[in-house]
Design a protein around this ligand. Structure first.
Ligand code: 3EB
Length: 298
């Protein structure tokens, strides 16, 4: 759920992202399973478990006595261990929201502290993942601490990179002491079809932000990058994702005033068949005004 909502009586895990939707955008994002899930609470994690897929959610509240990198390390270590113990070790897709993600903390952006903890948890517990990370998004909210939710499976997916962008896990240290642990997209085949999870995608070529201060150009390049990722995934999977009727996107906009302009460009580029949710969020580089992620199915 985006924005703020009271808890409901439903038994399933509910995530409150702390990201506010723009008007007329839906506030609730629901995940449906093909078999009835079991719901459980395991330590700090809320779980929905099906035969081949698990949803896990956890929030680490702000604590001045525990550094953000440590909270990120602990949360990700707990998540990785839990998923392994439960038999769903293959993380497909992770969503992260980090309170005040661009703020400075002892000389380093809070996003970079978060990345360090996430990286070190994966490096310690899942060195095999090194270049096979899940798809991910990481956004900043004005509230809510560190909030992580994910989908994981018993069998692995296939990571997809964008030939026009450096893999995030290879970013140079000018973007932080530990690189971000995510793949540009991840393909997952099921008996019933194939999903393509596209990570948060922005106005970046190679490793460098492009079009600083130019909203229209940033949205344009982010959508070019999404197209490139979809094209690459289509070649890998031999599936026509761009023509799929199941195309869900979430567009993140830093400044509320930019919403109408962004919606116009996104609608024009993605077409009427795409469902797009617009949320206000801080993006993980101060010079980025816009980011977009997707989930496409065939
Ligand atoms: C980028 O491409 C923009 O740290 O999990 C996008 C998607 C971004 C995921 C993450 C960060 C993350 O580097 C920021």
């Amino acid at each position: 759920m985006h924005g703020d909502h009271g808890p409901s009586a439903d038994p399933w895990p509910q995530v409150h992202s702390g990201l506010d939707p723009f008007d007329a955008s839906p506030t609730i994002e629901a995940f449906f399973a093909t078999t009835p899930p079991k719901y459980e609470r395991d330590n700090t994690f809320d779980l929905a478990i099906t035969d081949d897929l698990i949803f896990a959610a956890c929030r680490s509240v702000e604590d001045p006595d525990i550094p953000l990198a440590k909270r990120s390390l602990d949360l990700y270590s707990g998540l990785v261990r839990l998923l392994q113990a439960r038999g769903y070790p293959h993380i497909l897709r992770v969503w992260n929201t980090v309170e005040n993600v661009n703020a400075d903390l002892r000389g380093l952006e809070r996003y970079r502290h978060f990345c360090a903890g996430r990286h070190d948890a994966f490096a310690a517990l899942r060195p095999d993942l090194a270049e096979f990370y899940p798809a991910a998004s990481a956004l900043g909210a004005t509230r809510g601490g560190l909030n992580v939710y994910c989908l994981a499976a018993q069998a692995p997916g296939i990571p997809v990179e964008n030939p026009n962008q450096m893999s995030a896990f290879h970013y140079p240290s000018e973007y932080g002491p530990r690189s971000p642990s995510f793949s540009r997209a991840l393909l997952k085949r099921w008996d019933a079809g194939t999903d393509l999870f596209i990570s948060g995608t922005a106005s970046i070529t190679g490793h460098a932000t492009q079009h600083v201060g130019d909203l229209t150009a940033q949205v344009g390049l982010a959508l070019d990058n999404v197209e490139k990722v979809i094209g690459t995934a289509e070649q890998a999977a031999h599936k026509p994702f761009a023509a799929s009727s199941q195309r869900f996107f979430k567009a993140y906009i830093r400044h509320a005033k930019d919403f109408p302009a962004v919606r116009d460009i996104v609608t024009q580029r993605l077409g009427d068949g795409a469902q797009v949710m617009y949320l206000q969020a801080e993006i993980c580089r101060l010079d980025l005004l816009f980011e977009i992620e997707g989930a496409l199915s065939t």
